[in-house]
Design a protein around this ligand. Structure first.
Ligand code: PLP
Length: 355
């Protein structure tokens, strides 16, 4: 039986990338060092790093006005790192559309002035809020492009006249996106760009002038911009996997092709859920996530039996996040189309036999 991996992250790798990774790590008779066993300062790794940045630039469309930084620490570290660097002299504004935005704001408040200017908590995070007034000294507006747990996605970045700072963890490189309009963006690699350990940051160069002088060097974005993201030893294997994923995206036809495919298949899943009397998704149509689809059985007690039955049918990783319950299908780039069709069949079958 074929297994399909709907995990929210770390998530499925494209099959050819998995094979390349296995080949890259296999020992040969001579004991040639693998990509995980060489210096990041040597020519072999330098070629990987160069190609990785070049491909990230061409796919995201961000030019030389932005730095692309390859960091450690995940999105969680960016929750504090960003305001420490870019909001030292102003107020950081946050729009909250789910769990991750709340966490980002809580961290920003620990390091400086930060406030929520809009949020949809009172309706259970099922729609996008209307933006309120921004503070007069607004350093940036932070939004979560795609709330991975609540399944709420901005179709396009909010329209404001301050720099935008976006948590794009679970949608980076899933569709064409106006990355160059953003002041700042960050995403962990473990959803659409390979394996955990690498965090990609895009930052507009002029914003680096705002960084206070007294920060620890490690926590100053300029240390990374000035060292080709090698201020300390990079997570070399994650960089290598990211490069293989970018080559795969290109072979697949690029972001326009992936974006169309992703939205078509998410549309098929939402249509099946909406047509059902048993399964439901509460999120407003205009901001339903193309990447993460939470859904609920009419009888909450059937959640865990459904997860177990799905696993028996080869559909893995469908348990919802503990903060929300229910089930969740993550439909990242690497997932096969067959996975979604199998899930739709499973949902129909479960409804017929267990509802
Ligand atoms: C939107 C979003 N932000 C932040 C995070 C946290 O990421 P990390 O574990 O890389 O810190 C996640 C993880 O799933 C996420 O989906």
């Amino acid at each position: 039986m074929t297994l399909f991996n709907f995990s929210a992250g770390p998530a499925a790798l494209p099959r050819p990338v998995r094979e390349r990774l296995a080949d890259a790590l296999r020992s040969d008779a001579r004991g040639t060092p693998s990509v995980a066993e060489i210096s990041h300062r040597g020519p072999r790794f330098a070629a990987i790093a160069d190609e990785l940045i070049t491909r990230l630039r061409s796919l995201s469309g961000v030019g030389e006005a932005h730095e692309i930084l390859l960091l450690h620490g995940g999105a969680n570290l960016q929750f504090a790192w960003l305001p420490m660097n870019l909001a030292a002299q102003g107020t950081a504004a946050y729009v909250l559309t789910g769990h991750w935005g709340e966490k980002a704001l809580a961290e920003a408040k620990r390091v400086g002035r930060a406030e929520a200017v809009a949020g949809s908590a009172e309706n259970g995070y099922v729609d996008l809020p209307t933006l309120g007034l921004l503070p007069a000294d607004c350093a940036y507006l932070h939004y979560t492009g795609n709330e991975t747990i609540h399944g709420v996605q901005y179709p396009a970045p909010p329209d404001v006249d301050v720099p935008l700072a976006a948590d794009l963890s679970s949608e980076f490189l899933s569709r064409p996106y106006p990355y160059s309009d953003l002041g700042f963006a960050y995403a962990g690699a473990q959803k659409n760009l390979g394996i955990a350990g690498l965090t990609v940051v895009l930052v507009r160069r002029d914003l680096l002038d705002r960084i206070p002088e007294a920060l620890p060097k490690y926590l100053d974005y300029r240390s990374w911009a000035n060292s080709g993201s090698m201020y300390n030893t990079p997570c070399t294997l994650a960089w290598y996997v990211a490069l293989e994923v970018l080559r795969w995206i290109e072979r697949m036809g690029g972001l326009a092709v992936l974006g169309q495919r992703n939205s078509a298949r998410a549309g098929r899943l939402y249509a099946a859920i909406d047509a059902s009397d048993f399964w439901s998704n509460p999120v407003a149509q205009r901001c339903r996530s193309v990447m993460n689809v939470p859904f609920f059985p009419a009888d909450e007690r059937l959640t865990m039996p459904a997860v177990a039955a799905a696993e028996d049918a080869g559909l893995m990783g469908l348990k919802g996040h503990r903060a929300l319950g229910g089930l969740r299908a993550s439909l990242y780039n690497a997932l096969d189309d067959d996975a979604v069709e199998n899930l739709i069949d499973f949902l129909g079958e479960f409804e017929r036999t267990r509802a």
